[in-house]
Design a protein around this ligand. Structure first.
Ligand code: 1HN
Length: 345
């Protein structure tokens, strides 16, 4: 065919498959996301700067988005997921709203703030994981005496790609408190003794509003001496929905990893895209030949199908990583694949 013949097709809203085939059906996924590290030490002063110069009446949320250099429009951290750093000052409140995206917070610094989720005040302390399932009203209140900083995670890149994003602002700044503090967490505290009067809400979100660091640390400590762990991910525990034993959200799975002193992990890749925040320690994650050195509260992007391995740089101290990924999406759609590999470098 001549070029004219191709031009005629375009006018008719048609295209020759043979010119697109390789891109539409690559032999394996090629993520647009890049391996990347966001430095806590470099970003924290900017958060503090904006906390002094921008009020929470000017900005609905005071958040620095962690934008992957390969995913700037629309901004995302990995292809399906977002991460941001949020700061709130003593005495401040952040306007109530809700969206269909599922969200969670992982607390990095400070105490004395709470998020209200559908009427329940959920308290925040460093290392806590707080869930804000889709379409739940949420607002933040800080009653402590120092800035409070947390990592926000949302699945909006996925939800927007699926064109399922809805958003609504609450008619008042804050919603009324209608439930006991941390009730969703207290009701399932044991994890193996569930309230008989409650049933799952059908969304695939865990009913636990707050997974406290205290409980997480206790779970890690209980097996500190003799757990085998994974040669790739270290002693990795998955936060679970007590009703199902499955991931905490339909779109996002969360884990805590302890890498023993000197841990020198094996390499692996999977179709799930992953974001990591460093709870403590120093080390490196090698991703497709790129060495990402990390220390406390740095954030790391591991694109889907990128090969990675973790290293704890210390011979005497643990490293602890918090991770989240879209693995539940991949699994529920039958798209989860994994294999061992060597990331090089
Ligand atoms: C959001 O609702 C919060 O509620 C934080 O604190 C970050 C980023 C994108 C869209 C919604 C929050 C967000 C967000």
């Amino acid at each position: 065919m001549t070029d004219d013949a191709y031009a005629a097709l375009e006018q008719l809203g048609a295209a020759p498959l043979w010119r697109f085939y390789g891109n539409l059906f690559p032999a394996q996924p090629r993520s647009r996301a890049l391996p990347y590290r966001w430095s806590w030490q470099d970003l924290r002063p900017h958060l503090l700067h904006f906390s002094k110069t921008l009020s929470l009446h000017e900005a609905e949320r005071r958040v620095l988005m962690l934008v992957n250099p390969g995913l700037t429009d629309p901004p995302a951290t990995v292809t399906t997921l977002y991460a941001g750093l949020q700061i709130i000052l003593p005495g401040e409140t952040a306007q109530a709203h809700r969206h269909t995206s599922n969200a969670f917070r992982f607390v990095l610094e400070g105490e004395g703030a709470y998020t209200t989720v559908n009427g329940e005040p959920v308290r925040m302390a460093p290392g806590d994981l707080l869930l804000t399932p889709g379409w739940h009203w949420h607002d933040h209140t800080h009653q402590g005496d120092a800035p409070m900083i947390w990592l926000d995670a949302l699945d909006y890149p996925l939800v927007n790609a699926l064109e399922a994003g809805f958003y609504e602002q609450y008619p008042e700044r804050l919603q009324p408190l209608t439930r006991g503090a941390d009730l969703g967490s207290r009701q399932f505290l044991h994890g193996r003794l569930n309230p008989t009067w409650l049933t799952p809400d059908g969304t695939g979100n865990s009913p636990v509003t707050r997974y406290t660091w205290q409980e997480t640390a206790r779970a890690l400590d209980a097996i500190a001496e003799d757990a085998t762990g994974s040669e790739v991910d270290g002693i990795a525990l998955e936060y679970t929905d007590p009703f199902t034993g499955g991931p905490v959200m339909p779109t996002i799975g969360c884990r805590i990893h302890r890498l023993r002193p000197g841990f020198d992990g094996a390499g692996r890749r999977h179709t799930a895209s992953t974001v990591i925040n460093v709870v403590r320690g120093e080390g490196a994650t090698v991703v497709d030949g790129v060495r990402l050195e990390w220390s406390e509260h740095d954030t790391i992007a591991i694109p889907g199908w990128a090969t990675y391995r973790h290293v704890n740089a210390s011979a005497s101290r643990d490293a602890v990583l918090f991770s989240y990924s879209d693995e539940p999406v991949m699994r529920s759609l039958g798209l989860y694949r994994t294999e061992p590999g060597d990331p090089g470098a």
